[in-house]
Design a protein around this ligand. Structure first.
Ligand SMILES: [Zn+2]
Length: 275
């Protein structure tokens, strides 16, 4: 599923492609993709509005439009956004289509139908429950350490909890824990100051590298940018999806286990259970 770097890649594309464009009409293919308000209200409210800005908080995309209200989109497992000429072949899993007055369209497609759109008076009605974004300028090492403080649960589920830190998913959590040499099942409150500092750096490093490479497209070929191109970060993953391959640091065979219900890749040598 798209994580912070894939969402950021789409945000940068959509900022370039959409700002200034005006919505002509909205087609709703699957009304339950619209969480708030009722889908038909969205189709009445949005025509005539212009895209003023596209941004991101965690894994949510935020569209600022002319006039009151904000549009948020969460892609969940299989959601995707693409900008195309309106004459292009319709996407088989199109759920909401924004036709633009310049004869292009923004298509929200979603085979599994878990993605959601929100049309709100203020974005904090949904985004207010998120933890800080790991790339936010104001998330200092001290602020990051405070998120770990007193947490007796395992570190991986904590990093995946969007109410604690907004943006990480399964792939980049495994990558960050590997680079910080921390076992995914370590209890967060047992991390030393040095380990917290390494993790803070590793989280930002793996996310920034993936953004530079325009996101990760796996074998399922699911992630594409807003113009249909795959991301280039797959070869830069060091442990995720590398079951029974040698560790790039020590050569030990990487293992896969399940932590918090999620398939988890790690090096048993570089990431010992005990500190
Ligand atoms: Zn290793």
């Amino acid at each position: 599923m798209p994580e912070l770097p894939e969402v950021e890649t789409l945000v940068r594309d959509l900022q370039r492609l959409l700002v200034g464009a005006e919505i002509k009409s909205v087609d709703i293919g699957w009304s339950r993709s619209v969480a708030l308000p009722a889908a038909d209200e969205l189709a009445v409210e949005l025509p005539g509005r212009r895209f003023l800005n596209v941004s991101r908080r965690g894994k949510f995309l935020q569209f600022d439009l002319s006039g009151p209200g904000y549009l948020l989109i969460h892609l969940r497992m299989t959601g995707h956004l693409a900008v195309q000429p309106d004459t292009a072949e319709p996407h088989p899993y199109a759920r909401v289509v924004f036709h633009l007055t310049d004869d292009r369209r923004l298509t929200f497609s979603d085979p599994r139908k878990f993605g959601r759109l929100y049309w709100l008076d203020h974005p904090d009605l949904v985004l207010g429950r998120l933890g800080p974004d790991p790339l936010a300028d104001d998330l200092t090492l001290g602020g990051f350490a405070a998120l770990m403080h007193g947490r007796r649960g395992s570190i991986k589920p904590l990093l995946l909890d969007q109410g604690v830190l907004a943006g990480l998913g399964n792939i980049y959590t495994d990558e960050a824990l590997f680079r910080a040499h921390i076992h995914p099942q370590r209890k967060a409150c047992t991390l030393s100051d040095d380990e917290v500092e390494h993790l803070y750096g590793a989280v930002r490093e793996v996310l920034l590298q993936a953004i530079d490479n325009r996101g990760t497209t796996l074998e399922d070929d699911r992630f594409r940018d807003a113009e249909g191109h795959p991301g280039g970060n797959r070869p830069h993953l060091m442990v995720s999806r590398h079951r029974e391959q040698p560790c790039p640091c020590c050569g030990a065979i990487l293992e896969r286990t399940v932590v918090g219900g999620r398939g988890t890749y790690f090096c048993p040598h570089c990431q010992p259970v005990a500190p």
